[in-house]
Ligand binder design. Structure first.
Ligand code: FES
Length: 111
């Protein structure tokens, strides 16, 4: 897994769009914790970083579908999800972890 800097901790910035390698990430600061989700909404491609948080979910700004901040799972009846990424904090800086295709494939066969 490769870790990419998403900048210094900034609790004022609740939802920001950051780049982690080739991935566009929606970095969310909610209830004193960071979450990283893919920024493209699986419903119709809207940018989730324009959305907002409600009850532990990220709300898409276009059609208001919701995605769990921890799991990326879509709300009831949506049958979709957004990929999520691990986040770590080191020396006041936020890092987002992205696995390569081969690492993800290996993990599937391990389980
Ligand atoms: S584009 Fe996100 S809910 Fe439709």
């Amino acid at each position: 897994m490769k870790w990419f800097s998403a900048g210094k901790i900034n609790p004022e910035a609740k939802i920001t769009k950051v780049k982690a390698g080739s991935k566009n990430i929606c970095l969310v600061y909610n209830d004193d914790k960071y979450y990283a989700l893919a920024s493209r909404c699986p419903h119709a491609g809207a940018d989730l970083s324009g959305g907002w948080c409600k009850e532990g979910k990220l709300v898409c700004p276009v059609h208001r579908f919701t995605y769990d901040l921890q799991t990326g799972r879509g709300g009831e009846g949506q049958f979709d999800f957004v990929p999520t990424y691990p986040v770590k904090i080191k020396n006041g800086e936020v890092f987002v972890g992205v696995s390569s295709f081969w690492e993800r494939l290996k993990a599937i066969f391990k389980s």
